[in-house]
Design a protein around this ligand. Structure first.
Ligand SMILES: [Ca+2]
Ligand SMILES: [Ca+2]
Length: 146
C-alpha cells in the first residue's frame, strides 16, 4: 500500500539547481519511498513521490511514526527542504481479551455475607496498562454449600 506525497517546488531557474532527489529521514523499517522521475524537454525533473508501507503495522506495537520527506537540489553544496510526516496507526480489533491468570481459586466460608464481593478478576488488553475489572457477586438467594 502506498500514499502519494506532495513534492517540493524550487524557485531556481536552471534545472540542475532544482530538486534532484527525495529521501526519508530517518530511515524506518516500516516505510520507504516510491519515487518516479521524468525529465521534461528543458531538462527539469518531474517527481512523483509516494510513501509505501513495507512492513506490517500494529498499533499495539507502535501507534505513531514521525519522519521527514527531504527534497535535495543539485547545488554545490546541495540545499534541502523537508516536510514533516506523521503517520497515526488506527486500531483494529485483532486481540482477544486475555486474563492475567488461567484459573482462580477462592475458599468462602458459610458465613460469607450476601452481596459480598467474592472474586475480582481482570482482563488487561495486550500492550495496554489499563485494566478492565468485573466483579462476581453472590446472588441474594444463593446458599453456599461445601
Ligand atoms: Ca535550488
Ligand atoms: Ca489492535
Amino acid at each position: 500500500m502506498s500514499f502519494q506525497l506532495p513534492v517540493a517546488s524550487d524557485a531556481d531557474v536552471l534545472p540542475q539547481y532544482k530538486v534532484q532527489r527525495y529521501f526519508l529521514e530517518p530511515k524506518l523499517d516500516e516505510f520507504d519511498l516510491l519515487v518516479v522521475k521524468d525529465e521534461d524537454p528543458s531538462g527539469e525533473l518531474k517527481f512523483t513521490v509516494a510513501l509505501r508501507v513495507v512492513k506490517p503495522l500494529d498499533r499495539e506495537e507502535r501507534e505513531l511514526y514521525t519522519m521527514s520527506l527531504v527534497a535535495q537540489d543539485g547545488g554545490n553544496p546541495p540545499k534541502r527542504g523537508s516536510l514533516p510526516i506523521a503517520v497515526d496507526i488506527e486500531d483494529r480489533n485483532d486481540n482477544a481479551p486475555i486474563f492475567a491468570k488461567e484459573r482462580y481459586e477462592k475458599t468462602l466460608t458459610e458465613e460469607t455475607p450476601l452481596d459480598s464481593i467474592a472474586l475480582t478478576v481482570s482482563a488487561p488488553r495486550r500492550g495496554q496498562r489499563r485494566q478492565r475489572k468485573s466483579f462476581l457477586r453472590l446472588p441474594r438467594q444463593c446458599r453456599l454449600h461445601r
